[in-house]
Design a protein around this ligand. Structure first.
Ligand code: NDP
Length: 334
């Protein structure tokens, strides 16, 4: 097999901000344009996350400087590694660590990164599979691991997933089902009920059916929660979590505020678990990817995933921000 080499020119989607304002445009880059790092990766696949939508659409809060290549996930093969950790041709995945935010990310044919950020692809998996998981699936896995570590065992009761038709939500439904939990999926898109049931959801409820925060304590229902919505949804979920249940807070698709009270925590012993996929330590990353390979094989993810070319990303950014993207989107960078 021929090993990949770093060519003199390659393609990238760049976010640019200058006197003319913000734009995302395709550019031809050279190796000198890549940031500092010890390892070069031939990126074959990236993915689309909510954060990428914000970055590509020029919304504030994700990109720390310009010009920048967005894309918080990448997978592909190692071209060179000065640390000697990886051999040319090794298949790797990288999510988080600030790529696509503080330094160039996955929307380019080549990336220069740090070997310490990479995770070897689990045996039997492909870069396309890894990007079908991506930050969203990895985050869902961290949430499911954290719930398990805080006493939410299969058979302990209904586990609620909010924003269920989105990337984090869809993979959370599939992962919780694979682990033997009874999953209730909450979605604003009732037309996705069949899809959510195909992922394993036992119940599908409308967004509006979740108790809006009317009272600090609602009727106890959830043994555990994976929340990607935040705001009133998270507050309502906390208020209706059973005594000693746990809530994994993953996202803010519906808002960053948390209008809650201390009562669920001090009267019911509810645990609020923070999930951070970006700076997650390496050992936990490896454990999460190993479990993902076991519980979410490619055939289970096929239903959740669409594969789109890099050229579609500017249009897709608007779609994901509008909440119209179902499940996961793999970006083919080849
Ligand atoms: P998606 O856009 O794929 O999914 C978000 C889902 O949230 C939507 O599909 C929708 O689900 C629901 N939603 C959207 N807007 C609203 C709203 N106004 N009110 C209620 N529900 C809403 O995004 P991702 O799954 O990629 O990410 C989800 C969240 O998690 C984001 O906030 C993201 O920033 C965060 N995140 C955090 C990570 C971490 O490390 N903690 C890592 C990855 C993501 P439905 O249609 O089913 O109602």
């Amino acid at each position: 097999m021929t090993q990949p080499t770093l060519p003199e020119q390659f393609r990238a989607l760049r976010a640019v901000k200058d006197d003319a304002g913000f734009r995302a445009e395709f550019q031809s880059l050279t190796p000198e344009d890549l940031p500092a790092g010890d390892t070069v990766v031939r990126v074959t696949h990236s993915s689309l996350n909510y954060k990428d939508g914000l970055a590509v659409a020029g919304k504030p809060g994700v990109l720390r400087s310009y010009p920048m290549t967005p894309g918080i996930d990448l997978a592909g093969t190692v071209v060179s590694d000065e640390t000697g950790t990886y051999q040319p041709g090794d298949a790797v995945v990288l999510t988080g660590w600030g790529i696509g935010e503080r330094q160039d990310g996955g929307y380019a044919e080549y990336a220069r990164v740090r070997a310490a950020w990479l995770v070897p692809l689990p045996p039997g998996t492909t870069p396309e599979w890894a990007m079908s998981v991506g930050t969203a699936g990895f985050t869902a896995m961290l949430a499911v691991l954290s719930l398990g570590e805080h006493g939410v065992a299969p058979g302990s009761g209904e586990v609620l997933v909010t924003g269920a038709a989105g990337g984090v939500g869809s993979t959370a439904v599939a992962l919780l089902t694979a682990a033997g939990h009874t999953v209730t999926a909450s979605t604003g898109r009732r037309e996705e009920e069949a899809y959510l049931r195909s992922l394993g959801a036992a119940n599908v409820i409308g967004r509006e059916e979740l108790p809006a925060l009317g009272r600090p304590l609602e009727k106890e229902r959830w043994a555990g929660v994976v929340d990607s919505v935040g705001g009133d949804t998270l507050a309502g979920a906390i208020a209706s979590t059973r005594a000693h249940g746990s809530v994994a807070a993953c996202g803010l698709a519906g808002g960053s505020a948390l209008p809650t009270t201390v009562f669920p925590f001090i009267l019911r012993g509810v645990n609020l678990l923070g999930i951070d996929s970006v700076n997650c330590p390496q050992e936990r990353r490896q454990a999460a990817w190993t479990r993902l390979a076991r519980d979410l094989p490619a055939d289970r993810l096929a239903e959740v995933t669409q594969v789109r070319p890099l050229s579609d990303v500017p249009a897709l950014a608007g779609e994901i921000l509008a909440g119209r993207v179902r499940g996961r989107t793999v970006v083919d960078v080849q």
